[in-house]
Design a protein around this ligand. Structure first.
Ligand code: GLN
Length: 230
């Protein structure tokens, strides 16, 4: 079974949701890993939770990116192993240079907390095979800095390589360019997204649209990891 690291930074507040989605709901082998650690030995995938790491001082994710654990995450990603970041996790991945572009303050200059519709633009990533192509799903968002920005050249490249995985459907809640809600790196093994799939995994709570993201990874991730180390 895949072993998944849930990295905890000072100020993370979605780490428990992420852990429970993996462990309790999916029955996966998940483990909390402190930002103080300097290695990811024995893990097959790494997940960065949402929250307010270092109180969002300077810029969201800008301080967390200098944590002890980051060189190990960068190396892990370079080996082609699965790395996932939601919300603040996405911000940390862009700050660390593992994903292109940046997350700016929402156009409204307000914190936005609601459920939005998304289109699954790429269901061929290791994180999305259980969705249908162009499927419309609903996921919660909760952020102040979710406006995706990249220069024109980078945007064109993202579109051409099918790196845009999730796009806001009818309504763009934050001003993201090209309605981008989630992207992968060129290799497809690093996914960052502003919406929170871990908050939509239980029928009792009214939405299970996030569940298939974790199930996709659990189904495909082990293969991806084995291919990466070969
Ligand atoms: N839920 C989150 O991870 C929020 C991320 C970040 N603190 C923001 O407000 O943009």
């Amino acid at each position: 079974m895949m072993k998944i690291a849930v990295v905890v930074f000072p100020g993370s507040n979605c780490d428990i949701d992420l852990f429970e989605a993996l462990h309790t709901v999916c029955g996966a082998d998940a483990e909390y890993v402190s930002y103080k650690k300097d290695n990811l030995k024995g893990f097959d995938a790494v997940m960065l939770p949402g929250g307010f790491s270092y109180g969002d001082y300077l810029r969201c994710g800008a301080i967390a990116r200098f944590s002890n654990i980051m060189p190990a995450i960068i190396e892990f990603a370079a080996q082609g192993k699965p790395v996932f970041g939601t919300c603040n996790g996405f911000q940390i991945l862009t700050e660390a240079g593992l994903l292109p572009g940046a997350l700016k303050q929402n156009d409204s200059l307000k914190f936005v907390c609601k459920t939005v519709n998304l289109i699954v633009e790429n269901n061929q990533t290791i994180f999305t095979t259980q969705y249908k192509e162009k499927e419309k799903i609903a996921l919660p968002i909760a952020h102040a800095d979710g406006s995706y920005y990249a220069d024109e050249e980078t945007l064109a490249e993202l579109e051409e390589n099918q790196q845009v995985v999730f796009r806001y459907a009818e309504e763009n809640p934050n001003g993201s360019l090209n309605n981008i809600a989630g992207i992968t790196n060129k290799n497809g093994n690093v996914l960052g997204m502003m919406p929170h799939p871990e908050r939509a995994v239980e029928a009792m709570l009214g939405n299970q649209d996030g569940l298939r993201l974790f199930k996709s990874l659990l189904e495909n991730g082990k293969v991806a990891t084995e291919e990466a180390v070969r």
